[in-house]
Design a protein around this ligand. Sequence first.
Ligand code: SF4
Length: 387
Amino acid sequence: MISSSTLGLLARACPHALTLQEDGAPYPRDHFAAGTAAHVVLEEVTILGQGATLTDDDRSRAAARVVAELSTVGRSFRGDPQPPLPLDAALEGADLALDWLRSDDAWLPSEGAHVEGQLEVGEDWTPGGPVWYGGLIDLLYWTEGAEGEGVLVVRDYKTAWPHTGGILESAQLRGYALLALAHAERLYPDRDVDVIRREVVNLRRQETYHVDLPVDSWALGEWRDQLDAMIRAIPRRERRTPNPGPRCGGCSYVLACEHRPPEVADLEGTARRMLALRAEAGALEATLREATRDSLLSVDGSTLGYQPGSRSTPSDEAVEALSELYRVPEDESTRTLLRHLLTAGGVSKALRAALKGQPRERRAALEERCLTGAPYRTWGWRDRTPE
Ligand code: SF4
């Protein structure tokens, strides 16, 4: 069976990591300990909250029990007993979960939640038979949409800072959506499902991102084909080549990998080296900035110095035009505030939102009125334009 996490590992690391995973190579659990603890706390709180109203104290006590268990006896994952987590990391994870639960962003279903459920399908993408693809979904629930439509939601909790809305289109999230749909009738026999929602909650950022897709969308068939192709393309053991490079830094099996580059073997040393190189680069830059005040320096086909360009800024007309479009009252203090807050990017976004569905030419004409180009120089390298 290939799982969502296997495809995720291939995307994050390299094919050799898969071999290490199959061989049961150790991976730095401590590195993921806070995230693991946060997941377990949310799992516990969601289960306790089915058909019950929990107070803040109930949640804190549940989190304390999870921390105590994780840091003393550990937990099992997919039937494998896991060693205990470091206490401080377990506490950090519990804090992440509780802080998010107290935030305005938080919402948990009070009924029908399926937590940390392993879902599997056969090669025809229906449940049963030899397993072809599977995944462990943090939270699956059904809700009613704004128009009364049935929405099936797959939620994934993330604890890494960089994970934002972009991850909604990852193979992992698409795979979860397909698995959830394959099991929808079994899990929610009395519910209609019109829309499948992929939802990512970043606990550190306290932000939730989601995207909806009607269940009759052509995209779902395309995703199945893509995942089938990815699963079939996973090389056999003897053909998996290691691919050491920057991705080794985020590879779960870096400690066990004999091909890891020296930079990841000594992260503190690498960070120190980076600091030293940055300091040296800063000193060199000061000299080169002075030397290129009037003209560009040509080096091996690239140029260094004050590169010409142009930068958009809101024009004098921008406030008037946007106020008209958004029916902002004609009071001077509001206009002054707008004038100070407006940025070129903000003007473009505001025009896009207000003129959604209208001819593109209208937006372009207004953008031309609202933005003005100013000559601008930015110091740095530029590759020579190919001839
Ligand atoms: S450490 Fe690098 S080379 Fe080794 S398995 Fe991970 S990504 Fe591949």
